[in-house]
Design a protein around this ligand. Structure first.
Ligand SMILES: *Cc1c(COP(=O)(O)O)cnc(C)c1O
Length: 473
């Protein structure tokens, strides 16, 4: 499989190059597979549904082909995934795909752990160390740090906006040792991302240091996220009839989104043949993509701080990939846009708990509200010509630009899978404020709280950052 550059499709590289470069040095573009391979019918229709690891292996093979021998690929997958993504039914037509069973309790473990092992495999025959730079708005950094911790020949530098993430997230980021370091940047996530992007395009720095990225821009983080969409969709279809007696339901997957890496992986899974009818792109007050879907204009803006802070992204980097896959007209046929403010998020955590007993985190709560609203009338109202006024939260768009599955929703033929992207205990204070009780903390999170802070303070200034890199690495 070859991978092409989103800014110059005539540039095509191997999987290895795409992974090790992270983003195209020549153009600043991102890598995408030149064709989307199809899942075999025997995988999609197998009964019972194959295990998560089997799906991961079969899917990864299609993208990697002979660049990693099958035995090594299987080893990578077994080592990366001692956990899976179970499906929790919470009402007759709603399933939660729980993506928080990895070591850092957020979905980014799926991508980061696969990427770390793939990079370590490709790095085996290099002499110089590889330096990973990663900007994080919350959960990326801990997932990447944890995934690479102790991996030989590779070190990781994490940049995070200090004070703008939860105390537990900050703790998770600042307590790594050995080959993983954290910089506490005074600025926003976009400032962190800019520092990293500037370093990548700094030729004279690259002559001295072998740099790579680990953000959701790396294709080896994106591909493995499609594994759980495929597995989750098959699990839901297998049991749906017993739960709701809907004949041939349309499965709508709701993705709480920030940088849109997760949603892009879902689009890949659908293109590969996973039984998914459509998506809801659910965001907080950083609603650049829902606005793009309704207006047709893409306008990046500065990020604003919200309760679902891992989604506080005003200029989502994977827009470039989505736009390389689909025109806005095509994207509208597949996905609806929805956004929710902080008051709505608190209310959503409460209503999810009251109506189903399920404790959901602020990110998943945005998804819960997006899905239940859409199912329970918002889509029918949109089709009847009643759009949400501009600047107000809710389902965006209008009658003429509704997704092709909109009528299925009004006809009560839709079932929903919500991606629960983090464990609620990571946002214990918010959850407690909403429902009056704290979620129980998994042991793996509790352990981190006892570790000392080792982060280094850094201004959002490229010269200072560059100097630090040259001195430290
Ligand atoms: C990163 C993250 C998101 C957003 O994922 P993207 O791929 O950036 O859209 C949502 N929820 C949580 C908990 C996250 O950590």
């Amino acid at each position: 499989m070859l991978y092409s550059d989103t800014r110059d499709s005539s540039r095509q590289v191997s999987f290895r190059t795409a992974v090790m470069e992270g983003m195209s040095h020549k153009t600043g573009g991102l890598y995408m597979p030149v064709t989307i391979p199809q899942l075999s019918k025997s995988l999609v229709y197998r009964n019972p549904v194959p295990s998560f690891r089997d799906i991961a292996f079969e899917t990864a093979k299609l993208y990697i082909e002979d660049e990693i021998p099958e035995g090594d690929l299987m080893e990578i997958i077994v080592d990366a995934y001692p956990f899976a993504a179970p499906v929790a039914p919470i009402d007759r037509t709603t399933y939660v795909l729980e993506l928080f069973h990895g070591p850092t309790c957020a979905f980014k473990d799926f991508g980061a752990r696969f990427m770390a092992r793939v990079m370590a495999f490709f790095n085996r025959d290099e002499n110089d160390p590889l330096h990973i730079l990663v900007a994080t708005s919350g959960d990326t950094g801990s997932a990447v740090g944890s995934a690479f911790h102790g991996v030989p020949g590779i070190d990781v530098t994490i940049l995070y906006p200090t004070g703008r993430i939860s105390p537990l997230q900050e703790k998770q980021l600042s307590t790594f040792d050995e080959n993983v370091r954290a910089l506490a940047v005074s600025g926003s996530f976009d400032d962190c991302q800019k520092l990293v992007k500037t370093a990548f395009t700094d030729e004279s720095l690259r002559e001295k240091l072998r740099l790579s990225s680990a953000n959701s821009i790396n294709i080896s983080r994106l591909l493995p996220q499609s594994f759980y969409y495929i597995h989750g969709a098959l699990l839901v279809h297998q049991r749906s009839w017993h739960d709701n007696k809907i004949d041939q339901p349309s499965l709508i997957v709701t993705v709480p989104s920030g940088n849109f890496g997760n949603l892009t992986s879902g689009l890949l899974a659908k293109k590969m043949g996973a039984p998914i009818r459509g998506f809801i792109a659910a965001t907080n007050s950083n609603h650049t993509i829902p606005d793009w879907l309704s207006s047709g204009q893409y306008e990046a803006r500065p990020s604003v701080a919200t309760l679902s802070n891992a989604m506080d992204v005003g200029a989502p980097s994977n827009y470039e990939r989505i736009a390389a896959m689909y025109t806005v007209e095509e994207a509208r046929r597949i996905m609806a846009g929805y956004w929710l403010d902080d008051d709505g998020t608190m209310e959503a955590i409460r209503s999810c708990y009251d109506r189903t007993g399920y404790i959901i985190d602020p990110h998943g709560a945005v998804g819960w509200k997006a899905w239940t609203d859409t199912r329970d009338g918002a889509m029918s109202r949109l089709l009847a010509g009643f759009s949400v006024p501009e600047g107000m939260p809710g389902l965006s768009g209008g009658r003429d630009i509704a997704p092709e599955w909109a009528a299925d929703c009004s006809a009560k033929k839709c079932i929903g899978m919500i991606l629960e992207t983090a464990h609620p205990a990571k946002f214990g204070d918010t959850v407690k404020k909403a429902i009056g009780r704290e979620p129980s903390i998994p042991e793996r999170l509790e352990k981190v709280l006892a570790l000392p802070d080792r982060s280094v303070k850094m201004d959002a200034d490229y010269t200072a950052f560059r100097e630090w890199l040259l001195e430290t690495l």
